[in-house]
Ligand binder design. Sequence first.
Ligand code: HEC
Length: 151
Amino acid sequence: MSTWKTGFAGLIVSAALLAPLLPATAQNTDVIAERQQLMKNNAAAARAANALIKGEQPYDAAKATEILTTLNTDAQKFGTLFPEDSKTGGKTEAAAAIWEKPAEFEAANAKFVADTQAALDAKPADVEAFKTAFAGVAANCQSCHQQFRQR
Ligand code: HEC
């Protein structure tokens, strides 16, 4: 028992001494949490859009604008939240491809910005118009996740 205790204490001491010698593995967990929160907001917006499309909520053009604005604003911010020090940590599901193929990732994100803007510009006045406009938006979720999100 006492041998175990001494051994264990020794282990803690050597770990403390070695820590400063290890390479820095700074993980930017704040930025990871921020981009994950944006995606959670996107998921909530997509659920609200589906409720309108399925008629669970009466169609409301102001609500549709609110949903599309959330997605558009989130998309503009999202692309800026992938610094080098956020590749791992914080249970991120970001795929390595984001940093390996930055031009492709930027293009996917820019497409999401453009498609949400196009849906806003369409000013869908009824549920049929919203359904059409939202289809172009929703396609981005899966296509980007396939390439750039690992689960
Ligand atoms: C341009 C690429 C891209 C688009 C478009 C995109 N996502 Fe994501 N999404 C990601 C990436 C990358 C992650 C992983 C982020 C991380 O964990 O660091 C993610 C994560 C998520 C998560 C998990 C968030 C969490 O709890 O950690 C949800 C939910 C989500 N996306 C929903 C959506 C929905 C809904 C849409 C469409 C309305 C969408 N995404 C569009 C790239 C995208």
